[in-house]
Design a protein around this ligand. Structure first.
Ligand SMILES: Cc1cc2nc3c(=O)[nH]c(=O)nc-3n(C[C@H](O)[C@H](O)[C@H](O)COP(=O)(O)OP(=O)(O)OC[C@H]3O[C@@H](n4cnc5c(N)ncnc54)[C@H](O)[C@@H]3O)c2cc1C
Length: 341
C-alpha cells in the first residue's frame, strides 16, 4: 500500500478497487467481502507492514455542484473524492469564504468531516451543513445533518468506524471577498494584520500556503519532510488535575503553551511536550524514520524505504518519554490500520 499513502509505507492489500462515482463506491463496498478499507488520499493513515488482507476501495469520485444560493451565501455539494485543496482554490477564486485557512491540506473532501479537519483557526465543522453517507449497517444512503456528526477537536462520529462511507459533503460558504476574522496569531503576523482583522481571500490562502510549506506541511515529492501524515499526535486535552501536574513537572522549563476550553479542560501543545522531552526537529529513529526537520509533530519516512514498524517504534519512544516526564499521554491523530501503538 506504500504507493497509496503519503507516508509511503504499508504492506500489500488483498484487492484494490477504484470507484469514480458515489454509485460506484456503494457498488464496490457492497460487492466486497469483509474486511474493507475505504481510502482516498492516504494522508491520514498508517498501514501496518503486513498490509491489509481485505478489499481497499479507493475513493476517486469528483465534482462540485451548487445546491442553493442567495445574496449572502452559497451551499455546495462536493463529491467525496474531490481533492481538498482543489476545492479550497475554487472557493477562493469564486469569492466564497469559509475554507481559505484550510489551504494546502492534502487528501480528499470526503475525509475532511472524518477528523473535522482544521488549521490556522478554521475547522470544516464551521461550514459543513451535512454529510451524505452510505450506511453499511442497513444499506441506506442518506444525509447526516451537521448537528448529528459529533464534530469535536480532530474527531467526529465517522472516525475509527467502518459503518459509514462518506459519498459527498455539503458546505455553506459566505459570499465575501474577505476572509473571516483571522484567529491565529502566527497567520495574522504573516499577513501583517491584527488578530480579528479580515483580509482578501487570496491573501489568506497565499499566507497559509507559505506558512505550511515552511513547516513541511504541503506535500512536495522532493521534500522528505513531507513524507508524513502531517501531525502524528493530537494536542492533548487535559483535566485540571493533569494540567496542574504538567505545570509542576515543567516548572523549570517555563509555562507550557495552553488553550483553555469552555468546559474547564485545557488543550496543551504536543509539539512543546515532545521538544521539551528531548526530541528535537530532525531527531532520528530506527530504520530511516525521523522527526521532520521542520516540525516536531511530524514523523517522517525520511529514507523513503522505512517500515511502519520503525515509525511506530519512534512514536512509542516519544509517547513513553513524554508520559514519564510530564504525566501526559499523547494520542495518535492518524487512523492506524492493522497496526497499533
Ligand atoms: C503534510 C500533511 C499535512 C496535514 N495537515 C493537516 C492539517 O493541517 N489539519 C488536519 O486536520 N489534517 C492534516 N493532515 C491530515 C490529512 O491530510 C487529513 O486528515 C485529510 O483529510 C485526510 O484525507 P485523505 O483523503 O488522505 O484520507 P485517508 O488518509 O485516505 O483516510 C483517512 C481516514 O478516513 C477514512 N476515509 C477516507 N475517505 C473516506 C470516505 N469517503 N468515507 C469513509 N471513510 C473515509 C479512511 O478509511 C481512514 O480511516 C495532513 C497530512 C499531511 C500528510
Amino acid at each position: 500500500m506504500a504507493d497509496y499513502t503519503t507516508l509511503r509505507m504499508g504492506g500489500p492489500a488483498g484487492r484494490i478497487v477504484a470507484a469514480t462515482s458515489a454509485d460506484e463506491i456503494i457498488r464496490a463496498v457492497r460487492a466486497a467481502d469483509e474486511p474493507i478499507l475505504v481510502l482516498a488520499g492516504g494522508s491520514n493513515v498508517v498501514i501496518g507492514d503486513a498490509g491489509f488482507p481485505g478489499t481497499v476501495v479507493l475513493v476517486r469520485s469528483g465534482g462540485l455542484r451548487v445546491l442553493s444560493q442567495d445574496a449572502e451565501s452559497v451551499t455546495v455539494r462536493v463529491e467525496a473524492g474531490e481533492p481538498w485543496d482543489d476545492l479550497v482554490a475554487t472557493t477562493v477564486r469564486n469569492g466564497w469564504a469559509g475554507l481559505e485557512c484550510l489551504s494546502g491540506i492534502p487528501g480528499s473532501t470526503g475525509a475532511t468531516p472524518i477528523q473535522n479537519v482544521g488549521a490556522y483557526g478554521q475547522e470544516v465543522a464551521e461550514t459543513i451543513t451535512g454529510v451524505e453517507v452510505y450506511d453499511r449497517l442497513d444499506g441506506t444512503r442518506r444525509t447526516v445533518p451537521a448537528a448529528d456528526c459529533g464534530f469535536a477537536y480532530r474527531g467526529s462520529i465517522f472516525k475509527y468506524q467502518d459503518r459509514w462511507v462518506v459519498l459527498s459533503v455539503d458546505f455553506r460558504l459566505s459570499r465575501s471577498p474577505l476572509s473571516g476574522p483571522v484567529r491565529y496569531a502566527e497567520l495574522a503576523r504573516a499577513l501583517g494584520v491584527e488578530v480579528g482583522d479580515q483580509v482578501p481571500l487570496a491573501d489568506a490562502r497565499a499566507a497559509v500556503l507559505r506558512l505550511r510549506a515552511g513547516k513541511g506541511m504541503v506535500l512536495d515529492a522532493t521534500d522528505p519532510d513531507t513524507r508524513s501524515v502531517g501531525s502524528f499526535f493530537t494536542n492533548p486535552v487535559l483535566d485540571q488535575a493533569t494540567y496542574a501536574l504538567l505545570r509542576e513537572r515543567a516548572a523549570e522549563l517555563g509555562e507550557p503553551p495552553a488553550w483553555p476550553g469552555s468546559d474547564g479542560m485545557v488543550k496543551v501543545s504536543a509539539a512543546w511536550l515532545i521538544d521539551k522531552a528531548g526530541f528535537a526537529k530532525g531527531h532520528p529513529g530506527p530504520g530511516g524514520v525521523a522527526i521532520s526537520g521542520k516540525h516536531t509533530l511530524a514523523l517522517t519516512n525520511r529514507s523513503g524505504t522505512a517500515h511502519t514498524g520503525d515509525l511506530l517504534t519512534l512514536a512509542n519512544t516519544i509517547r513513553d518519554e513524554v508520559h514519564d516526564r510530564f504525566g501526559v499521554t499523547l494520542h495518535p491523530e492518524p487512523v492506524l490500520v492493522n497496526c497499533a501503538l
